[in-house]
Write a protein of this length. Structure first.
Length: 246
């Protein structure tokens, strides 16, 4: 798998560097020419845009993994074709998070004007709760990407040109069936609103922690999703090895 992962990074390295360069240029331009509040909002949108681009790159990488004849010649297991883009996207996401964190500390240390954080009351938030929220978003993105990967494999199992449409239908069927099962078995999945409460006031935004611990029901829901994810990955590997045409 490491061979495939290194190949994915080498192939996408120029694109990743281009995204990083554009992101840095945009943030510098916002800091110099745009007001603090507006610059902070646009800057967040820029980070979000890069994150979405990484997510799309994961999907394209998976599509290339299973459909390219040359990639089939790489001596790796079928599971590696699924795990490689997931690890690739996770590492890129961590890199983006590191860049954003460094940017945040530099901004607070060097900016002397009114900054966006002065309009926010986040004193009630602990580091462990921020990590919990980040892990929650990571798991949601990971679970969704596994469903997308299986949908692509299902569509790729059909030789005729309607394969992409079959993938789209398969995605919506899978997402709705899994959601229905989870909501039927449990009382629903973990919601970020359970961890943070955002209130808009005349003085700005107040972000408070609800101090809600992970309940047994939450862990049961996560374990259920992990089991489902393993099953979906197993089906995707089988289809890639036996059904998907290159």
């Amino acid at each position: 798998m490491m061979t495939l992962l290194k190949y994915d990074f080498r192939r996408n390295w120029d694109t990743l560097l281009a995204w990083l360069a554009v992101l840095i240029i945009v943030q510098i331009g916002l800091a110099i020419f745009v007001s603090d509040i507006t610059g902070s909002v646009i800057g967040f949108i820029a980070y979000f845009g890069v994150g979405v681009s990484i997510y799309v790159k994961m999907i394209k990488t998976y599509w290339s993994n299973i459909r390219s004849y040359n990639r089939r010649l790489v001596p790796v297991t079928g599971l590696s074709h699924v795990l490689s883009p997931i690890i690739f996207g996770t590492l890129c996401g961590l890199g983006l998070l590191v860049v954003a964190t460094i940017h945040y500390f530099i901004y607070n240390a060097t900016h002397t004007g009114i900054n966006f954080t002065s309009y926010m009351n986040d004193s009630g938030i602990h580091l462990s709760e921020i990590v919990s929220l980040l892990l929650f978003f990571w798991w949601v993105a990971l679970f969704c990407i596994i469903i997308i990967f299986l949908s692509i494999s299902i569509g790729g199992s059909f030789r005729f040109k309607t394969g992409p449409w079959i993938s789209i239908v398969a995605f919506f069927v899978l997402i709705n069936v899994i959601s229905w099962l989870e909501n039927t078995i449990f009382s629903g999945r973990f919601n970020p609103d359970e961890l943070f409460q955002v209130t808009e006031k005349s003085t700005g935004l107040s972000i408070m922690s609800n101090r809600i611990m992970w309940s047994d029901g939450t862990w049961a829901s996560i374990i259920f999703e992990i089991i489902v994810a393993v099953i979906l990955v197993g089906v995707a590997v089988y289809l890639n090895n036996k059904k998907v045409e290159v």
